[in-house]
Design a binder for this molecule. Structure first.
Ligand code: SF4
Length: 323
């Protein structure tokens, strides 16, 4: 997947399209086969809207710009039938809250098998495939459990069922939006390990959306850090989190004790997050940035390569890297 200059505008709550809010503002990055990209940022950073644009489930009234190149085809210019076909079969999504995403009145097996039935596969074959999918997603006794309803599953099992459902169409790209946020810590770790092993075994590309740096540090090969609808930094996960090239990434890392390497104490992020609706002029991070100076208040920093494979939208990225 190549995302190139993606723009998403949403109408204001009073419906005025002329003063739409730019939720995603010129975002670019790639997700290569067999790799996981962690998309991180505080709430309001535009990360979920970026994922929803990829899967084609943006809210009503949203308008888009730029390109979403899926194996060279621009999905933003594909018709609704083609997008429906891509969704589930080529790209699928795991949502944060499986209870909201699953239909409460249908058995787990029926929902996981839906896409296979639509493809016209015989009943017995669908049943076998569902048992296999649930088994791969770590649901115990899948042949019995497939006849349960979502409310009969624990939170962790429901998320495993969602993973089985997402894999049912044999996608090549998996989008996971805060897949473990609703789960307790021990279950989170198991689900993350599962996602990672499925991704590696099947050579899938995965875009993992999370506000939790620890989750991303565990799983991602590459990271894209978003702030107020724009990319702040992108690069290899290990390097970017160990030695950030943007003051925002540096502040994010410092706010998480387990990721921070130099001291045991966490520093809370200073100031209030900017949102796309109240994005400060020029560098959106300048009101919170300890390095801000005059240039930052008048000139939007371009995303540029500041070291091999390292991209940053900071006028003074080299200084940040050298610190
Ligand atoms: Fe801070 Fe300026 Fe860099 Fe923005 S451009 S992150 S304000 S130093």
């Amino acid at each position: 997947l190549r995302i190139d200059g993606l723009v998403v505008d949403l109408p204001t709550p009073d419906g005025g399209a002329e003063d739409a809010i730019r939720i995603v503002d010129g975002v670019s990055f790639d997700v290569l086969a067999g790799t996981t990209v962690g998309l991180i940022g505080e709430s309001g950073s535009g990360k979920t809207m970026t994922a929803l644009a990829v899967i084609g489930l943006l809210p009503d009234g949203a308008t888009t710009g730029g390109e979403l190149l899926w194996r060279g085809e621009d999905l933003l210019r594909s018709g609704p039938d083609r997008r429906r076909r891509v969704r589930g079969h080529e790209i699928s999504m795991i949502f944060q809250d499986p209870l909201a995403a699953l239909n409460p009145s249908l058995t787990i097996g029926r929902q996981v098998g839906e896409i296979l039935r639509r493809d016209g596969r015989p009943r017995a074959e669908v049943r076998r495939a569902v048992v296999d999918l649930l088994d791969r997603a770590g649901v115990p006794e899948p042949a019995r459990r497939m006849d349960s309803y979502p409310h009969q599953f624990s939170g962790g099992l429901r998320q495993r069922a969602m993973i089985a459902l997402a894999l049912a169409g044999s996608p090549s790209l998996l989008l996971a939006d805060e897949p473990t946020t609703a789960l307790d810590v021990t279950v989170q770790a198991r689900i993350l390990r599962l996602l990672r092993s499925i991704q590696q075994e099947q050579g899938l590309a995965m875009l993992l959306v999370s506000h939790d740096l620890r989750v991303v540090a565990h799983v991602a090969d590459q990271v894209v850090v978003m702030y107020a609808g724009r990319v702040a930094e992108r690069g290899p996960a290990g390097a970017a989190l160990r030695r950030p090239a943007h003051p925002y990434t540096r502040a994010l890392v410092a706010s998480v004790p387990a990721v921070r390497t130099r001291t045991a104490l966490a520093d809370p992020l200073p100031g209030t997050p900017a949102t796309p609706a109240n994005r400060p002029f020029a560098c959106a991070f300048h009101p919170r940035c300890p390095l801000a100076r005059d240039r930052c208040r008048v000139e939007v920093p371009a995303v540029r390569e500041v070291a091999p494979g390292r991209w940053s939208a900071c006028h003074f990225a080299e200084e940040v890297l050298d610190r």
